[in-house]
Design a protein around this ligand. Structure first.
Ligand SMILES: Cc1cc2nc3c(=O)[nH]c(=O)nc-3n(C[C@H](O)[C@H](O)[C@H](O)COP(=O)(O)OP(=O)(O)OC[C@H]3O[C@@H](n4cnc5c(N)ncnc54)[C@H](O)[C@@H]3O)c2cc1C
Length: 327
């Protein structure tokens, strides 16, 4: 039987939320295509994740249980995926649409005559073929596309595009992968990994709640207020490009066309006007709250809840109220 393969993105033995969301997508698709659901885990620490993977509907886990999986950059994962393709009948691969895995998918597609569709926000089956939905031109247009017949289909799934839903599966059957790395795959070794200073906050791509600040904060000190609000909510902190260009917050937290694309359950933007390039990165958020002193700011056109006021009055009051409710 052919399978839909989910490439599990994980950290310290725990599948990231996007991986569990991809399993939901794979289960829904498999119910229509008749495929089974399989997963690939590259790295040593899958033991603790078996229950979560089984609950996610994984019937077969292709496991490359080797420290080399994380010791080098992109190519080992490409070659490990090739080992899965040599072992299993894979009809499509779902991967998290991050910069790193997009690189992996692109290289695999070149080697195995595949087609890659990235930043997918929905997947459905039409006439037996998987059709991917994604936004293009900064979110101005939504497209449906599919990979040409006969090619290996690879879909990069955006975080929070699907919910985490548990299936009723037992523990997956584990297939150990034997991966012979080529010389070129081991040419560049990872020598050190440095955790980001704010690693104790959720990554904005995965966070259920994102608090974002813009030029309206007035200075980098305003981000202390954003972090205060974020910490009460357990949220990640993002920024508009005006704020990152001003050096008030690191560029890696920029949301938008030339930054990160996020789709949290709740986005709270403060002092952000809502330029189209910013909206391109956050307009699929499930609930949008905008705080802006200008009632005409374009962000209010897409906001579910708008607060017209000075953010330095509104946000501290919000923090106080939230603290009172959570204490
Ligand atoms: C090719 C290209 C790519 C781009 N990519 C991105 C991108 O990825 N992400 C991105 O964000 N932008 C991007 N931009 C920039 C974008 O066009 C806007 O310039 C930027 O988003 C504006 O950021 P902002 O909303 O923080 O600032 P502004 O547009 O200056 O808005 C500031 C807002 O704060 C409000 N305000 C001021 N003081 C207060 C206060 N005390 N309380 C409440 N509200 C207040 C104002 O009313 C205003 O609406 C891109 C532009 C180009 C040309």
């Amino acid at each position: 039987m052919s399978c839909l393969l989910v490439l599990i993105d994980h950290a310290e033995g725990t599948p990231r939320k996007v991986s569990l969301q991809m399993l939901t997508a794979a289960r829904r698709l498999a119910a229509e295509t008749g495929d089974s659901v399989a997963a690939a885990w590259f790295g040593e620490d899958a033991d603790d994740a078996m229950e979560a993977l089984g609950a996610g509907g994984v019937e077969t886990l292709y496991w490359w249980d080797d420290p080399d999986a994380d010791a080098y950059v992109t190519l080992p994962k490409v070659e490990a995926l090739e080992a899965v393709l040599d072992t299993a009948d894979v009809s499509a691969i779902l991967f998290a649409s991050s910069n790193h895995t997009k690189d992996v998918a692109a290289r695999l597609a070149i080697r195995r005559d595949g087609g890659v569709i990235t930043d997918v926000t929905d997947l459905a089956v039409e006439d037996g073929t998987i059709v991917a939905t994604k936004e293009v031109f900064g979110g101005a247009t939504i497209t449906q596309s599919k990979v040409a017949d006969g090619k290996l289909a690879l879909f990069g799934v955006s975080p929070n595009a699907f919910p985490v839903e548990e299936g009723d599966g037992g523990e997956p059957e584990v297939v150990d992968l034997d991966v012979e790395l080529s010389e070129s795959a081991t040419a560049a070794r990872v020598t050190d990994v440095e955790k980001e200073a704010s690693a104790d906050r959720p990554d904005i791509g995965e966070a259920a709640i994102v608090v974002a600040g813009g030029r309206g904060l007035g200075s980098e000190d305003g981000f202390e207020l954003m972090e205060e609000l974020a910490d009460v909510l357990g949220a990640g902190v993002g920024a508009s490009r005006a704020a990152t260009d001003a050096g008030w917050y690191p560029h890696r937290y920029q949301i938008g066309q030339t930054g990160r694309t996020i789709s949290p359950m709740l986005y709270i933007g403060s002092g952000i006007s809502g330029a189209i390039q910013h909206r391109a990165g956050m307009q699929t958020s499930q609930n949008i709250v905008a705080i802006n002193k200008d009632a005409e700011a374009p962000i209010f056109q897409i906001a579910d809840f708008g607060i017209v006021g000075d953010l330095y009055d509104v946000v501290p009051a919000l923090v106080e109220e939230l603290r009172a409710r959570t204490d």
